[in-house]
Design a binder for this molecule. Structure first.
Ligand code: KG4
Ligand code: ZN
Length: 353
């Protein structure tokens, strides 16, 4: 089975062909293209929805052509088309959906409307062959969630952020320190060699029961520290210490909340970390130590598949098609789309994935 995947929910135009050999368990990325719009948004310190949608329109067709050419395939040779239908920025989602629907309609191909969070959630099954069930820590620019993943389409939310997403907190701290966008990699780089104990920053929600997160107070504490420091806040040594202290506080929060999830679900022996923040090596090491201590196996997909990409969407399409889940060509773009429909709505979440 070969499926074309298209991702346009935020600021990456991602296209890929993924093949699943079926019974023998062989699966591979046939071809992939990713166009990052970073430069287009950098001057604004965040993603501008209108600019994002236009950039997707400009790039998408050629990226699709490129992955098809590289694979030596034409559309009738595909077994399906999968596209991110939400959650995300509505303009970009519509660009991807219209394109995917047109190809599916013209060539009579099965069409799959993929939840972006599900695509992140299932990536470790492509890269590491992870079996259901598993606990998932989803940490991206739009989310901080812990989920119990029981099967394709079967997710239970154990906890989520009550305010900011974790990647968003990285991005805002980077902006305050003038480190550029996206903030996560910039903060991680700046933190190298910094003293993580120099600034006593809060660990919101830590020690509380449950698995919910909060990052807004931590971000505010960083802002206050910068104000208190005055001119000194721009010195490289201080920037490094601030970034290291912030990153350590985030890591403490993620570890504390994930520990609660592991304790509450002792029969889950696998922890998967997904989303852009999973690319952070310091956070990754802390989560690995947690998993090792709990005797749980940790899976973190390679960094390029943790951030947004077309591969994860193609793979989610394969998983859904194998489960017999096909969508109609009337599937809408959804700015918000919780993975666990039974869970309480999230405050302001889902706008960015
Ligand atoms: O999953 P993703 O590519 O897009 C969303 O669906 O949101 O995640 C992007 C987010 C951004 O907020 C970015 O700053 C963060 O992931 N990020 C990182 C790192 N790399 C990306 N955060 C911390 N450390 C990193 N190395
Ligand atoms: Zn994402």
């Amino acid at each position: 089975m070969i499926v074309l995947g298209i991702e346009t929910s935020c600021d990456e135009t991602g296209v890929a062909l993924v093949e699943d050999g079926g019974a023998d368990g062989s699966r591979r990325i046939v071809s992939e293209r990713l166009f990052s719009q970073l430069e287009a948004h950098a001057a604004y310190g965040g993603v501008v929805p209108e600019i994002a949608a236009r950039a997707h329109v400009e790039k998408l067709d050629r990226l699709i052509e490129a992955v098809m050419d590289e694979a030596g395939l034409d559309f009738p040779g595909l077994d399906g088309i999968a596209v991110t239908a939400g959650p995300g920025l509505i303009g970009g989602l519509i660009v991807g959906l219209v394109t995917a629907k047109a190809i599916a309609a013209v060539h009579g191909l099965p069409f799959v409307a993929v939840n972006h969070l599900e695509a992140h959630a299932l990536t470790a099954r492509l890269t590491d062959g992870v079996a259901f069930p598993y606990l998932l820590l989803l940490v991206s620019g739009g989310h901080a969630q812990l989920l119990d993943v029981r099967g394709v389409g079967r997710y239970r939310r154990l906890g989520a952020t009550i305010d900011d997403a974790v990647g968003e907190a990285f991005d805002k701290v980077a902006k305050m320190l003038g480190l550029g966008y996206p903030g996560g990699p910039a903060v991680e780089r700046a933190a190298v060699g910094g003293d993580a104990t120099r600034f006593a920053l809060p660990r919101p929600m830590c020690q509380r029961p449950g698995c919910d997160f909060s990052f807004s107070g931590l971000k505010t504490a960083v802002r206050q520290a910068i104000l208190d420091l005055g001119a000194e806040a721009t010195q490289p040594r201080t920037v490094a210490d601030l970034c290291a202290s912030f990153q350590e506080a985030v890591a403490d929060c993620l570890v504390d909340r994930t520990r609660h999830a592991l304790v509450a679900h002792p029969n889950r022996r696998r922890l998967v970390v997904a989303g852009g923040v999973a690319a952070n090596a310091v956070i990754g090491a802390r989560l690995r130590a947690l998993a090792d201590g709990a005797g749980v196996t940790l899976s973190v997909p390679p960094a390029r598949l943790c951030t947004d990409n077309g591969v994860m969407v193609a793979w989610a399409g394969i998983e859904r098609l194998r489960t017999g889940l096909i969508d109609g060509l009337d599937a809408p773009a959804r700015a918000r789309w919780p993975l666990d429909a039974a869970a309480e709505p999230l405050p302001g979440a889902g706008v960015k994935a």
